[in-house]
Structures are given as C-alpha cells and as structure tokens.
Ligand binder design. Structure first.
Ligand SMILES: NC(=O)c1ccc[n+]([C@@H]2O[C@H](COP(=O)([O-])OP(=O)(O)OC[C@H]3O[C@@H](n4cnc5c(N)ncnc54)[C@H](OP(=O)(O)O)[C@@H]3O)[C@@H](O)[C@H]2O)c1
Length: 346
C-alpha cells in the first residue's frame, strides 16, 4: 500500500493518508526533545510528505500542540490534516513536573472535563495553543475505564450527553470536519457507538500485531457503520519496533513489558528473521489490512526515525510471512493480512 493512499473518514469529505504522524513524542514522551529538534523533526516530516498529524493537550501539557501549531503555521503549509483532543483542561500549576511519562512538560495541571462547556473550552484553548484557525478531527480523549476506573460510570454519561452535543455542534457548524474518541480501549468506543454518530476512533495499542480482540465485535461494527479507525500505538509503545533480541527493558503500553508479551514478540521476531523483514515493518503494515482502518500513526521522537519509518512502511512483506504467523497462531485466524504487491498485481 502507498503511504499516500487516502481513505475517507467515515461519511465525511475528509481523506487521510495511510501513514500519519503521532505527535505525543513532541510532548517529550519517554525522552525530552529540544525545541530545535522538534522543529527539525516536523520540518523533515513535512518535506518527506507527512500530512496527517495527531496531537493533544495532554502531550506535554500543551507542549506538543504548541510545537505542531508552530510548524503548521508556516504559510506554505496548508494542505495538512490535524487532529487534537478534548476532555482535559490545562490549569496553571506554577511548576512543571513529569506526568504520565511526559518529561519537562508545560507548567499546567490537568482537569478532566467531558461536559458541554468543558469540550467547548478545550477546543478553543487548543486553537489558541496551536495558533491555527482550524482543527480537522476532534477526539474525545481517554474517556473509559482504562483512564478513569470506576469514575467512568459517572464521566461516561456526561461525555455522551453534553460532551457529544458540543462535538456534534462543532461538526455541524463546520468548525471541525470529523469527531470521534481517542482511547486505549475499544470497549468504550463500542459503547459510544450506541450513543452517537461518530466518524472515527483513534484506537491506540488495541489492534496490533500483538492483540486483535477488537476483531470480535467492535471492528465489524465499525465497518457496518462506516466508522473509520486510526491506529495509534502500532508498536504497543515501542516493543514492536525494538523487538526483544537486544538489551531490555522493553516498553509495552507505557511500562515494562510483561513476560508473556516478551515471549510472543520473540516468537514473531523469529519469523521476521526467517523472512528477513524488520519486526517494525510488520507492526506498521499489519493493522492497515483491516477494512475499517484508514491510517496508522507511529510515534516518532527523533529525526532519523522519519526515513526509517518510510522504509519500514515500504518494505515488501511476502504473503508467506503472514501465513507463518497464522499457522503458528501468532495472529488470529480471522485477522485480515496485507496483500503483497505480487498478489495485488495479478
Ligand atoms: N488515547 C489516545 O488517543 C492515544 C494513545 C496513544 C497513542 N496515541 C497516538 O498514537 C501515536 C503513537 O503512539 P505512541 O507514540 O504512544 O506509541 P508507538 O507508536 O507504539 O511507539 C512509539 C515508540 O516507538 C519508538 N519507535 C518508533 N519508531 C521506531 C523504530 N523505527 N525503531 C525503534 N523504535 C521506534 C519511539 O521511539 P523514539 O521516541 O525514540 O522515536 C517511541 O518510543 C501517539 O503519538 C498519539 O498521536 C493516541
């Protein structure tokens, strides 16, 4: 698949590239990125054709949005698609401290607010931080049990009532083109499908080479409803890029990888070695085979990764590799797999 292959988002007019850029890294996720390096990364990404960027107020408490906005504001850069998120308001804290893996963030505390007013405020605040006059896709960020535990029982109804109403109004008035949820769990998306008309979901870490439970009911519902999926965390926070043959510790879902995950990655990696393909190439290309998936947005935190990522995306992966993973039950039997160019040209 070409990285420029465009997919429509739901029933909207918006079309995004198969390969986008996840900008959590530019909020200093896992390691600090200097302002100069952030500019260099975004400039290099742009000159290499990246046009879809995903950011959020959460990423470095505003730092990622500021950097992405600064880069996109350049007069020649118009034809981009930008997503950001609502649900967290930033309140002045008077100090900056590491939170949720984001190093040296802006000096703000986070207040969750999924209400109508909270969503509207969050949207306007993002425009100010970005210094831009448009946001294309707006995601409700991290509503669900993974972030809120039992508090989600209180927050979810608020989000699906006032929060959804605000997002829907922004869409109807044309201030955003598409709305969805941006989360690390598919169950909350499935619940949300019962409550509103969503165009897309940014699903992070839950449809990857390592796990495909979303195939049971959620992804089929997305196909049926024509609701697009954007894949975040395609490397499950890193382990599917680094593999486990080198020195650990290996990052899985924002923390050290448990033993069963390390064993499964090692098994997948041995088939990658057999076929001479990088594990990261398989991880990047696999989710896009599902008909609901429009784009995959790896986290890129240094400039060398841009060329690497393009090479990984372009790596030819033989059908027999996917066959081997299926045969050894390393991916689910009902998981669609990418077709090699050979089979597509027949
Ligand atoms: N709730 C949500 O809405 C949500 C949640 C998670 C993610 N997302 C979105 O999805 C994007 C991607 O997710 P993510 O950044 O959490 O995780 P990810 O893409 O699974 O992994 C990123 C990690 O992989 C490393 N990496 C990338 N390419 C590599 C390569 N070629 N070789 C070795 N290591 C490599 C990066 O290292 P370097 O930093 O050194 O490049 C980084 O540590 C985010 O930026 C965000 O836009 C959204």
């Amino acid at each position: 698949m070409s990285r420029f292959q465009k997919s429509r988002i739901g029933n909207t007019e918006l079309a995004i590239d198969a390969l986008g850029f996840g900008c959590a890294s530019l909020g200093n996720l896992y390691h600090a990125v200097s302002d100069e390096d952030a500019t260099d990364i975004l400039t290099t990404a742009w000159s290499n054709g990246f046009r879809y960027f995903d950011t959020a107020p959460h990423y470095g408490q505003g730092l990622s949005e500021r950097r992405v906005g600064d880069a996109l504001r350049s007069s020649s850069r118009k034809d981009y698609i930008l997503s950001t998120k609502v649900g967290r308001l930033l309140r002045p804290a008077g100090y900056a401290t590491e939170r949720h893996g984001f190093l040296s963030p802006m000096p703000f505390d986070i207040e969750y607010d999924y209400s109508y007013d909270g969503v509207m405020r969050s949207f306007e605040d993002s425009l100010q931080r970005l210094g831009l006059d448009r946001i294309d896709i707006l995601f409700m960020h991290d509503v669900g049990r993974v972030t809120h535990g039992d508090d989600n029982d209180l927050l979810f109804p608020i989000a699906m009532d006032g929060g959804y109403r605000a997002m829907n109004e922004l869409r109807q008035s044309g201030r955003v083109s598409a709305i969805g949820l941006g989360v690390n769990e598919y169950e909350v998306c499935e619940q949300a499908l019962k409550c509103g008309d969503w165009d897309c979901f940014l699903l992070a870490g839950r449809y990857t080479l390592l796990e495909q439970q979303a195939l049971d009911t959620f992804l089929p519902k997305c196909v049926e409803r024509n609701c697009s999926i954007i894949i975040g965390g395609a490397y499950n926070s890193g382990i599917l890029a680094t593999g486990v043959s080198g020195m650990g510790p290996w990052n899985y879902d924002y923390g050290p990888a448990p033993d069963d995950v390390v064993r499964k990655v090692a098994a997948i990696e041995s088939h990658c070695a057999e076929f001479g393909i990088p594990l990261a190439a398989a991880a990047l290309q696999f989710p896009l085979a599902h008909p609901a998936v429009a784009s995959v947005i790896p986290g890129i935190g240094n400039v060398r990764r841009i060329d690497q990522t393009l090479d990984l995306f372009a790596t030819e992966i033989p059908d027999d590799f996917w066959g081997a993973l299926l045969k050894h039950e390393l991916i689910r039997g009902d998981a669609p797999t990418p077709l090699s160019t050979d089979s597509t040209s027949e």
